[in-house]
Write a protein that binds this ligand. Structure first.
Ligand code: SAH
Length: 284
């Protein structure tokens, strides 16, 4: 009887102990999350609005090393687009103490999904393309990100190790940034590129306060707003025969680049869409 009672007691004690372990593990996780959040507050910038987006990364070590680089620089939102490797032991080992960044990461299927609520999207690249994209220096990139992230979400997009971002993926980006390098050996390891660019942002965030040029009540158009406008524009240009679908050339790419460059607000996009609707309704 006594044995049975103590076994029952032991089992209940064991359950209580395991429950308390679970509570402490959760508390420790929350503390780490809060610590990550506190570090965001310490830098003079809303880094919670900054997303580091890694597209089709193939090596888990690079994802881990990027997480570590981000945490060093008080940046915590990692988004993985269709990763080509598991985020397991190797990634956590390379993340070292920055496993929290991996735990809180978001996985999505496409770049479009990753950036849909972002108002500024910057591609990173080691090479220039046939259609030159508006290029920023790392310093200009940091300025833009700091200013826009005061009120909107922004994304810094990194390509896969072997090929970099595709031209199709680049279409979603407003600007591109390249880290100056030896012209004959310009490709950095992707996690090193994350490190250098996050450092550039951190360095600026630590310095002078943000000067706001846009009225704070005016919200910046998101990628979704702009995509809807560009689709609408294309439809109208086809109807008016300005765009020849047999010979489209680079017209839509050039127009997209123009609109992405000018930092449109939501209300400006609404005006442009209103103009398109008036063209659609117009009859001579
Ligand atoms: N052959 C590819 C290299 C990809 S390296 C190319 O020419 O683009 C993988 C990723 O690391 C790139 O897509 C980019 O996100 C980042 N990267 C590498 N070197 C870089 C540099 N000099 N400047 C900015 N980003 C760089």
């Amino acid at each position: 009887m006594i044995v049975a009672r103590s076994l029952a007691e032991a089992s209940s004690l064991n359950q209580t102990f395991m429950a308390s372990v679970r509570v402490s593990v959760q508390a420790a996780r929350n503390a780490i999350k809060q610590d990550a959040f506190a570090s965001k507050i310490r830098v003079g910038m809303k880094t919670e609005n900054l997303n580091i987006v890694m597209v089709r990364t193939t090596h888990p070590g690079n994802i881990g090393a990027a997480a570590r680089a981000m945490h060093n620089m008080c940046v915590s939102n990692l988004v993985l687009v269709n990763p080509q490797c598991p985020v397991g032991e190797i990634a956590y080992a390379r993340a070292s103490g920055a496993g929290v960044i991996l735990e809180q990461r978001r996985n999505v299927a496409s770049l479009k999904q990753a950036i849909r609520d972002c108002s500024l999207i910057i591609a990173t690249s080691a090479r220039s393309r046939s259609l030159p994209w508006p290029e920023l220096s790392p310093g200009q990139m940091a300025q833009k990100i700091r200013r826009l992230s005061e009120q909107s979400k922004v994304a810094l997009v990194f390509g896969p190790e072997h090929s970099g971002l595709s031209n199709e993926e680049l279409q979603f980006c407003h600007f591109s940034v390249s880290i100056p390098t030896n012209p004959e050996f310009s490709s950095l390891n992707v996690a090193s590129a994350v490190q250098v660019l996050c450092y550039e942002i951190y360095r600026l965030a630590e310095s002078a306060p943000v000067s706001q040029t846009r009225e704070s009540s005016e919200s910046v158009a998101t990628s979704d707003d702009l995509e809807a406008y560009i689709t609408h524009l294309e439809q109208v240009l086809i109807k008016t025969r300005f765009l020849d679908t047999d010979k489209p050339g680079l017209l839509m790419q050039r127009l997209r680049r123009l609109y992405q460059r000018i930092d449109l607000s939501k209300s400006e996009v609404n005006i442009l869409r209103g103009i398109l609707s008036s063209v659609e309704k117009y009859k001579t």
